[in-house]
Ligand binder design. Structure first.
Ligand code: HEM
Length: 502
């Protein structure tokens, strides 16, 4: 399979098919031979059978792909075994592809297959009509009004995180930021999804979070495996995953039972469901509905997985960047102190979370430089043209979202941590600042439906942190990026010190 030809573009605009389709794969054997020769897309040379597999490390795939993009440009190709992958970092084309879903492009079929095998084919992996139906329920469960109603529960969870860090500060303990923040986000998402407070922040027994933690590393490995070995042999990690999924199924089943009983007791909820699970169960019971028990499990799992790692790691990266930038930490503090002058330190109410421009600028800058989804995957449903190259139906396309957002042509001094760029008035800007190149939550019809919730969590936690603690980094230079479906920091430990007030 060839990814396309450089021969055509007469004068086609990005994304448009050029007038001549001379080297279409479906034409003749001769044209195929010509296309596979000199006209191939650029890309790193690989070895005959394995392609470029030996040149990448899958736990840092995004970094390898970004390096190659610097060398080969906005569209190049790589090969993993027999599979060719197109790697795209052109702003207009990325926006076009993301917008042209679900009809023109879809998440890769192998993602859907891997999610199905892991009993997790919910809204994230669904396509077509199935996706539309599930998306409607999810968007409704995460809409702004619901999130605002939910804020008091979120504030209680922020208070628990604060007490956890106060205990660590008083004992002089190291804080594993990602672990604590994941407990926080799983508590928040479970409350929103089930209306149930599992409080993993203050309990030490087995937690949903521990089971969820098994999912992404295995999913990442399977997505990058050229042979589906797990269908024939279960390695220890696969067996651990099976056990974790069994345990999650049991936990979710118990929660579904509790929620069903609650609906029975309070039938009024049928008209105004208060959480995601109520909404999905009511939908399921509605006459003619096609929502299945498997879909409930898959979607609850999707919400927890989509909401947990992403938000926790975004906050962790932001704290890491702030810890290396005392001036910005100070500006955040001043914003929070003046906003919360009459509240308890760092404790914001919902209305105040909507007025935190400095915190927002810092978190935008963190998501630009350290996006938890630096790499996004799609495939075309039909043969298509990208930057004048013909890309056959079913080809995996990797989109380099971080590379896009850090290039100087889109953001001035693109590699620099400079939150000021988000605060300066457009007329005072001295260089490029292209919002369309900044897509940490994706774009188009599949744009992240959890963005409002995520931003609320980020603001509430950063306000609490800035208002109450000094953050002392431990081996800041040793923190590394690692990819396991999402991109997270390794080695990110800090010490918290209670903030001294004058
Ligand atoms: C900082 C935190 C977060 C980031 C950076 C993030 C990022 C993303 C991205 C990049 C996508 C793919 C979008 C696309 O295909 O265009 C996505 C999808 C999704 N996210 Fe988030 N997300 C975050 C938090 C959340 C939260 C808190 C939830 C819910 C509790 C959530 C639920 C979802 C769901 C359900 C999808 C699938 C949407 C679909 O396929 O239609 N996310 N997210």
């Amino acid at each position: 399979m060839s990814l396309g030809s450089r021969t055509k573009p007469d004068s086609a605009a990005p994304g448009e098919a050029p007038a001549s389709r001379g080297t279409d794969l479906s034409t003749s054997i001769d044209s195929r031979r010509i296309e596979a020769g000199a006209d191939e897309l650029p890309g790193p040379r690989g070895l005959p059978l394995i392609g470029n597999r030996h040149q990448v490390r899958f736990d840092r795939l995004h970094l390898d792909l970004e390096d190659w993009a610097g060398q080969y440009g906005p569209l190049y190709q790589i090969r993993f075994g027999p599979h060719r992958v197109a790697v795209l970092s052109d702003r207009a084309e990325i926006q076009r592809l993301l917008a042209d879903r679900p009809d023109g492009f879809r998440r890769p079929r192998y993602l859907e297959a891997a999610a199905s095998e892991m009993r997790l084919k919910g809204v994230f992996a669904a396509e077509g009509e199935d996706w539309r139906r599930q998306r409607r329920i999810v968007v409704d469960a995460l809409n702004r009004a619901r999130i605002e109603d939910f804020f008091p529960g979120l504030a209680i969870t922020v208070g628990r995180l604060q007490r956890r860090w106060e205990r660590a500060a008083d004992a002089g303990d190291l804080v594993d930021l990602c672990r604590d923040l994941m407990r926080f986000t799983v508590d928040v998402t479970t409350q929103l999804a089930f209306g149930i407070d599992i409080n993993t922040l203050e309990t030490s027994g087995p937690t949903i979070q521990r089971h969820l933690a098994k999912v992404f590393p295995v999913l990442h490995r399977r997505l990058n495996s050229s042979y589906p070995y797990w269908r024939f042999i279960r390695l220890p990690a696969d067996r651990r995953l099976d056990r974790a999924l069994d345990a999650l199924e049991i936990e979710f089943a118990a929660m579904v039972k509790t929620v069903r009983e609650r609906i029975e007791r309070e039938p009024g909820r049928r008209h105004s469901p208060r959480d995601f699970l109520e909404a999905i169960i009511i939908e399921m019971e509605a006459e003619g509905s096609r929502v299945t028990n498997e879909e409930i499990f898959a979607n609850v799992g999707n919400l927890l997985l989509a909401g947990e790692d992403t938000t926790a790691n975004t906050i962790a990266w932001t704290v890491h960047l702030l810890a290396g930038s005392p001036d910005w930490l100070d500006r955040c503090r001043r914003e929070i102190d003046s906003l919360t002058a009459s509240n308890a330190p760092g404790l914001v109410n919902f209305e105040q979370t909507q007025r935190m421009p400095v915190i927002d600028a810092v978190s935008s800058e963190s998501m630009r430089l350290k996006p938890v989804a630096p790499l996004h995957m799609l495939e075309p449903l039909n043969d298509t043209w990208i930057l004048g190259h013909r890309i056959p139906e079913g080809t995996t396309i990797f989109m380099l979202l971080r590379h896009l957002a850090t290039r100087d042509e889109h953001f001035m001094n693109g590699d620099r941590f400079d939150p000021e760029r988000w605060l300066v008035k457009p007329e005072d800007r001295r260089g490029p600042h292209d919002h369309r190149a900044f897509v940490p939550f994706g774009a188009g019809p599949r744009f992240c439906p959890g963005r409002n919730l995520a931003m609320l969590e980020i603001r509430a936690v950063l306000a609490m942190l800035c208002g109450n603690f000094d953050v002392l980094p431990v081996d800041r230079a040793g923190v590394r990026e690692q990819l396991a479906f999402t991109m997270f920091p390794t080695g990110l430990f800090v010490r918290m010190r209670r903030r001294q007030r004058p």
